[in-house]
Each structure stands twice: as C-alpha cells, then as structure tokens.
Design a protein around this ligand. Structure first.
Ligand SMILES: Cc1ncc(COP(=O)(O)O)c(C=O)c1O
Length: 354
C-alpha cells in the first residue's frame, strides 16, 4: 500500500466517505458581482477588508507565507483557529466515538484528553520518565499502542515540563507505527528551543503530523492562528471536517503582518529576549530558599518545584503575580511563564519573600 494510503486507512470510514460541505467561496473565485453567498452588499465598517464578505476558507497568501515560514509545501498546510483547533480536528477525523483511543504521555498539555473526551475517544497514558528529565518512554508507548489507538500525541518541547523529546526516539516511534497510528508532534514552543522542527520528516513519514502556532514566539495568541502540517492526503481529509470559513479576515491581516520581514525580525528578537530572560531566571530561581528545583526548559516557561506550591501561589496572587499551579501533575511544581524583565523581577521578588 502506498504510504499516504496507509495513513488514510486510519481515518474514520464515515469521514472518508463524507462529501465535504462546499462553500460559496470554495466553488467560485473571481467575478464582479457576488450574489452567491447571501451576503449583504453593505457593511457597517469602512475598515478594509470589507467585512460583509465571507473570508477565503484557507487564505491563499497566508497559506503560502506559513508554508515558507515552516519550510513545507502549501499542500501540507492547514490554517486553524489556534493549534487547539488542529488537535480537535485530528480527534474528529481519526477517532470513532466509543471505539477508538488516543495515547498521551503525561504530564502534558491538557487539551489532548479534553478533545478526546468530547469526541468520545478513550485516552491511554504512558507517563514520561520523570527521573530522566521527563524523557519519552518509546518502548512503553510502542507496547501500549493497541489497534484502537489512532493518534499518539507527543508535545515537544513539552508543556508543562519544558524539555524537548529526543528526536531520534520520536522518529523511531513514527516509523514503528506506520499503518497503525498517526504521531502528532505538538511543537507550539519549538521556536524557543533553537532546535529544528520535525516538519522536514513528513514527506518520508505520512503518519507524522506537526502542530505549530503563531500564539507563542509570534505573540499572536489573541488572533488564533495555528498550523497543522501533514501529508497533503491528510490535509485534504482535515479540510472536510474544519468549519467552512475558519479564518476571519482581520485575523488573516494580523497574521500576514507578523510574517513580513519586519514582523519576522520582531519575532526573532522577541525569542532572543525571552531566551535570555529564561536563562537569567534559571540561574536566579534555584538560589531562592523556597525553590527546590528548576527543570531545564526549551520553551518560554519554567517548571519550578517549590517547598509549598499552594503557599507560593497564594503569595503570588497577593502580589498580583499569577503563575500556573501544576502540582496536580508534578507535586509541588508551578509553571512560570518567562515574561518581560520587569515581570520576571516580580516573580523573583515574590518567591524570594517566601
Ligand atoms: C503544548 C500546547 N499546544 C497547543 C497550545 C494551543 O495553542 P494555540 O494558541 O495555538 O491554540 C498550547 C497553549 O498553551 C500549548 O501549550
């Protein structure tokens, strides 16, 4: 079976058979008098673009810019409302309710299990190895992939632990699971790692899907722009499931502005500043009596073990400094986002008062 067909064999049969909704903007481009989408000829706002018109389902110029940014072909790109929507689309495309499952490696990003639960899919868990800086237990993952498991979510760098997963171990899993499962590598934070993305491996491995986002390094969390990068055959199926007009016109403009040469330089500078601040915090935090351990991070946050997480959170809140309590996942750990120098000083000040 050709490799792309092997991954299509994992798609829900009813989705494969589904005739996708064909929107007006998909069916016809160009023309002078647009009377095909029941739009209003007028709009209350004079701002461009005129918002009385539906946006392009997948804006061609944004797809092209994102393909360039991620060094992939436009046919490998699906633009989504944040990478959270990519996670949801994958669940709905590959997992049959009441039958199929996903595999996750906790502690990890919480949306995988939420999207699975909403879809009615089970979640199989194979914990990361805490004693090895939360390394991937590839052998245990391989063993846990039953025929029900259609998607394996790997987050690298991992949220909330901060470290990246071993590239060779991830790729060995991808290869071992050909025809059995799709490996989804969530690279929301890869821009902060200085490491190459796994996107270059997709052409040789159609069962590999990579999630990227403009929410973190590009500072556009409020615009909601994620990218699912996959084999073109997978993208075509995901396009059946995504809403007809997911990318609002103002969002397209904001994203394109972030991808101009000036926007890209700003993002690079922002990543450099955040990385330097991360290094400063990684040195300063362990010197504080309330801090027991700071996990190595390739992301824009640090997982910090404190003597008493509840007490630290209370002190933070009292000072108006909000971190994320992750002690349910990793005991007495809080996740601290690397902010501006001033914000990071506030973190140090509160923790040093404990
Ligand atoms: C690992 C991970 N993946 C995905 C997301 C969602 O990002 P987006 O804003 O692109 O939906 C987040 C957000 O915090 C995240 O931590």
């Amino acid at each position: 079976m050709p490799p792309a067909d092997q991954v299509l064999a994992l798609v829900r049969p009813d989705i494969l058979a589904l005739t996708a909704y064909s929107s007006a903007r998909k069916e016809s481009k160009g023309g002078r008098v647009w009377l095909d989408a029941n739009e209003n000829p007028q709009t209350p706002s004079a701002a461009k673009p005129l918002l009385n018109r539906y946006p392009e389902p997948q804006p061609a110029d944004l797809v092209a810019q994102l393909a360039t940014l991620y060094d992939v072909a436009p046919a490998q790109v699906l633009v989504t409302r944040g990478s959270d929507e990519g996670i949801d689309l994958l669940l709905r495309t590959f997992c049959r309710a009441g039958q199929d499952a996903i595999l996750i490696t906790p502690p990890t990003y919480g949306m995988y299990v939420v999207a699975a639960t909403i879809q009615g899919a089970r979640t199989v868990t194979v914990p990361l190895i805490r004693e090895q800086n939360f390394a991937l237990d590839a052998a245990a993952v391989l063993q846990a992939v039953t025929p029900a498991v259609k998607l394996v979510f790997l987050c690298s760098p991992n949220n909330p632990t901060g470290g990246r997963l071993d590239r060779a171990a991830v790729l060995s899993l991808v290869r071992a699971l050909v025809g059995r499962a799709v490996i989804v590598v969530d690279e929301a934070y890869v821009d902060f790692s200085g490491q190459p993305s796994l996107t270059a491996e997709i052409p040789a491995n159609p069962n590999l899907v990579v999630l990227r986002t403009l929410s973190k390094a590009y500072g556009l969390a409020g615009a909601r722009v994620g990218t699912t990068i996959a084999d073109p055959a997978v993208i075509t199926v995901l396009q059946k499931v995504i809403a007809p007009y997911p990318i609002p016109a103002p969002v397209q403009i904001a994203a394109l502005a972030a991808l101009t040469p000036a926007g890209l330089t700003a993002a690079r500078n922002s990543v450099a500043t955040i990385s330097a601040e991360r290094a400063r915090l990684a040195v300063a935090l362990p010197k504080l009596p309330a801090v027991k351990r700071v996990w190595p991070s390739d992301a824009n946050y640090l997982l910090v073990e404190v003597t008493d997480a509840a007490r630290a959170m209370t002190a933070g809140r009292a000072a108006g400094v909000i971190w994320r309590d992750r002690s349910k996942d990793v005991s007495n750990c809080i996740r601290i986002t690397v902010g501006s120098a001033e914000e990071n000083n506030a973190t140090l000040e509160v923790l040093s008062s404990l």
